[in-house]
Ligand binder design. Structure first.
Ligand SMILES: [Zn+2]
Length: 124
């Protein structure tokens, strides 16, 4: 199966080779709680994006280890390239993952999907 999605203006498209995860993830950190995304995590090899007119921008904060991508034309959060943190915040220093904003998936209502909450407020 493959999953497709795009930002509001359509300048950032993506395709994911794989199935929807059983759970989406909502993070409680100061950034994610303001931004409101529901994330679906994938291995970097599964994720492919295409960007028109240089509309891919990146925001980093705190440790700057996570690249939070967003569309610089319409402002939608698109995906985050991050260390594959465990639920306790630890990391093997190698493995990365892509957290894609499931609200952008085509033909999918992220608001009705099962959600796991990660305690980012206390982890980072
Ligand atoms: Zn856009």
């Amino acid at each position: 199966m493959s999953i497709t999605g795009q930002c509001h203006c359509g300048k950032v498209h993506f395709q994911i080779e794989g199935d929807l995860p059983d759970q989406l993830t909502r993070c409680t950190c100061s950034f994610c709680s303001k931004r409101g995304v529901l994330l679906a995590y994938f291995h970097p090899d599964q994720f492919h994006s295409t960007v028109a007119d240089g509309s891919d921008s990146i925001y980093r904060w705190n440790t700057e280890m996570v690249a939070h991508h967003f569309c610089s034309t319409c402002g939608c959060a698109t995906f985050s390239d991050s260390p594959a943190f465990e639920l306790d915040g630890s990391w093997d220093k190698v493995t990365r993952r892509i957290g894609v904003n499931a609200r952008l998936f085509d033909d999918f209502d992220a608001a009705t999907a099962p959600v796991t909450v990660i305690d980012g407020k206390n982890l980072w």
